[in-house]
Design a protein. Structure first.
Length: 255
């Protein structure tokens, strides 16, 4: 989920209409950080008023690269962190993604622990790409990923390790929830998405060539996809429900 989809979902969530949203943005300077946010809002015709606070920093650095005083102030202003920042690349090896994805999660956990903040960590269903897990008909929410081998691919491996960091932190008292979206595609309202995503690239190629792939068994293959704006909307709604209801309803049957 890119910053555009997260901001739109947070700003439109009815339960969070009065919430102030602090956005950690990696940029060369404060002007560039603010421009990134303005561009994200303009892309979806979303207005924010004065609800957004832009914080220029880098999740891959300890303390987000902020001075100690700024870390203290920020920690006092927040009550929870939604950690979606990641370098998404299915071709790069684990070593190339470790800094942003694994160390980034480590730094977020350290910040949450130091400031007693709740964490919502957005992972990926790709952590279950081990063939033994993929063969299961149902993967329960409380299943332990260490039951299976580390997944194939650097990106999935980085999310697997990040989940283990979160689980270990939870055992030490950090309040955290792990969310695992499936494969995300272009949003349902504007048709915007990651043009470099595998499924999107395949569909665009089929459109341009006016041909569809053909291979033994391919017709029986099933690919579950979710428009990114719907995934962001339901993620934000679920996060808000966790803070307003002790027993949030089952979204799969009520929405």
């Amino acid at each position: 989920m890119c910053i555009r989809d997260r901001l739109r979902a947070l700003l439109r969530e009815p339960v969070a209409t009065h919430a102030t949203i602090h956005c950690l943005v990696r940029a060369e300077d404060d002007l560039a950080a603010n421009q990134r946010i303005r561009a994200a809002l303009a892309a979806t015709n979303t207005t924010a008023g004065d609800r957004i606070r832009v914080v220029r920093g880098d999740v891959a650095q300890a303390g987000f690269g902020l001075p100690l005083a700024a870390q203290t102030v920020l920690g006092r202003q927040l009550d929870r962190i939604v950690h979606v920042a990641a370098h998404v690349d299915f071709l790069r090896p684990y070593a190339a993604l470790r800094s942003a994805n694994v160390l980034g999660t480590h730094n977020v956990l350290a910040f949450c622990a130091a400031n007693d903040l709740a964490l919502h960590h957005v992972s990926s269903i790709g952590v279950f790409s081990d063939p033994r897990a993929a063969a299961l008909q149902t993967i329960e929410e409380d299943i332990e990923i260490q039951r299976f081998d580390r997944p194939l691919g650097g990106y999935a491996q980085s999310k697997w390790v990040s989940e283990r960091l979160v689980a270990n932190a939870m055992e030490q008292g950090v309040r955290a929830t792990i969310h695992r979206p499936g494969r995300l595609v272009a949003d349902s309202e504007f048709g915007r998405g990651n043009a470099h995503d595998f499924v999107t690239s395949l569909l665009l190629l089929a459109r341009d060539l006016k041909r569809v792939p053909s291979a033994p068994g391919l017709a029986e293959q099933r690919v579950d996809v979710t428009p990114v704006d719907l995934a962001a909307r339901d993620l934000v709604h679920l996060i808000c429900l966790l803070y307003t209801s002790p027993s949030p309803r089952d979204l799969s049957t009520s929405r």
